[in-house]
Design a protein around this ligand. Structure first.
Ligand SMILES: *[C@@H]1O[C@H](CO)[C@@H](O)[C@H](O)[C@H]1NC(C)=O
Ligand SMILES: *[C@@H]1O[C@H](CO)[C@@H](O)[C@H](O)[C@H]1NC(C)=O
Ligand SMILES: *[C@@H]1O[C@H](CO)[C@@H](O)[C@H](O)[C@H]1NC(C)=O
Ligand SMILES: *[C@@H]1O[C@H](CO)[C@@H](O)[C@H](O)[C@H]1NC(C)=O
Ligand SMILES: *[C@@H]1O[C@H](CO)[C@@H](O)[C@H](O)[C@H]1NC(C)=O
Ligand SMILES: *[C@@H]1O[C@H](CO)[C@@H](O)[C@H](O)[C@H]1NC(C)=O
Length: 336
């Protein structure tokens, strides 16, 4: 990771500094200045917030990111490989959940994909859907199949920044799963739109994938913002926890579903009984800070007609990677 980040820094520095956002990795290089906003975490949310704020050239932003730059991270570009990123500790946090009785006492690896229940009306479906729509550019799936009935065209937008599409690499199991919905409609009703707010049932999920390359907040929002002089980005920030900097207006904390509550707890916002255990003085007693429901389950099945086979068989995976490299075809062109 370190050598990759240095490469990125080098390529940024070989271009005229005055017209570019600056990417720092050494706290001593950071300018001693006050920013209008400090955004902690170059996450999906943090990248968007930093990008949107710096559209106004009068607003200065410092974005702090604990990891390195995503540039050149091959697996983050290949739709079918992105899930594998979470298993590599230098790109993820290697968090594990506490041992679960329902999982036979195992403590499973926990890639950072959480939903948060905040109890805040601002986050309910009606209120956030308009932002989801503003964000999206619905595109045909990679195999250009007939999508009639698989999504509801009136629930989507077609001119946003992030490409959204239906899966474009059908497998035999797809039809069987969809057939379940007509055989057991009371238990597993078919839903013709998984992004419509009503998601209890069986339907086609959508993925952020355009032109067979994964779209992310970093590629779609942050990369275009990199040429703005009012944005500074500091990567690998954990090395510099003692660096002092000041925000004129706000410190924004999109540090992730695990990182954000940890930050808040360190600052004294959380459940008083949790904070007491670590001798942290409670400023705001807020038990909801550390409540995390996990809402999804992933199953592996024994058939070889699923993507699981790819990740069990290194030769098959190499072939698939070669196909994606050569022509952006094969199973890795979609999110697996
Ligand atoms: C940063 O600048 C302020 C004045 O703007 C000064 O008081 C402070 O000592 C400086 N800090 C460092 C580390 O240079
Ligand atoms: C990830 O964490 C587990 C313990 O939770 C540890 O055994 C393992 O070595 C860690 N993996 C890496 C790659 O650091
Ligand atoms: C797509 O499928 C629908 C229904 O299955 C059909 O009515 C429509 O003609 C098809 N469209 C094309 C372009 O084949
Ligand atoms: C999707 O299903 C709803 C009812 O659940 C129906 O009203 C709507 O017409 C359907 N839309 C499409 C595009 O299939
Ligand atoms: C998948 O399994 C079937 C039946 O077990 C077998 O005939 C076939 O060769 C397998 N395909 C691959 C790609 O391993
Ligand atoms: C695919 O491309 C990546 C990045 O250019 C390279 O690291 C990798 O070795 C290639 N893999 C294959 C199998 O062609």
């Amino acid at each position: 990771m370190h050598s990759l980040v240095r490469l990125v820094v080098l390529s940024v520095l070989t271009q005229p500094l005055s017209s570019l956002a600056k990417l720092y990795e050494n706290p001593r290089q950071l300018p001693n200045r006050t920013y209008d906003y400090i955004v902690i975490g170059g996450s999906t949310a943090g990248s968007v917030v930093a990008s949107r704020l710096t559209e106004d050239s009068d607003i200065s932003v410092l974005l702090l990111e604990a990891g390195g730059s995503n540039d050149g991270i091959f697996k983050s570009m290949v739709p079918g490989l992105v899930k594998q990123l979470g298993m590599e500790s230098q790109l993820d946090w290697n968090y594990t959940i506490t041992p679960q009785p329902g999982y036979n006492g195992r403590a499973l690896l926990c890639p950072r994909e959480y939903a948060a229940v905040s109890g805040d009306e601002g986050w309910n479906w009606e209120n956030i859907q308009k932002y989801i729509l503003r964000n999206e550019k619905f595109v045909p799936p990679a195999d250009n199949h007939n999508t009639t009935g698989q999504y509801n065209p009136s629930k989507h937008e077609y001119d946003g920044a992030v490409a959204i599409t239906l899966p474009g690499y059908p497998l035999p199991i797809d039809k069987r799963v969809i057939a379940t919905a007509s055989e057991l409609p009371d238990e597993f009703p078919y839903i013709n739109e998984t992004s419509g707010g009503d998601i209890l049932g069986v339907g086609w999920w959508l993925e952020t994938n355009g032109n067979r390359i994964r779209n992310s907040a970093a590629t779609v929002y942050l990369r275009p913002a990199m040429n703005r002089p009012n944005l500074d980005i500091f990567v690998e920030y954990e090395a510099a926890l003692f660096y002092h900097t000041t925000a004129r207006h706000e410190v924004i904390l999109p540090a992730g579903a695990v990182g954000t509550p940890v930050f808040m707890q360190l600052l004294g916002i959380g459940d008083i009984s949790d904070l007491d255990k670590f001798g942290i003085e409670t400023i705001v007693h807020k038990p909801s800070v550390s409540e995390h429901p996990r809402l999804s389950n992933v199953f592996r099945i024994s058939s070889n007609e699923t993507y699981d086979e790819l990740f069990r068989n290194p030769d098959l995976l190499d072939l698939a990677i070669a196909r994606w490299n050569d022509s952006r075809t094969g199973p890795l062109r979609i999110l697996l």
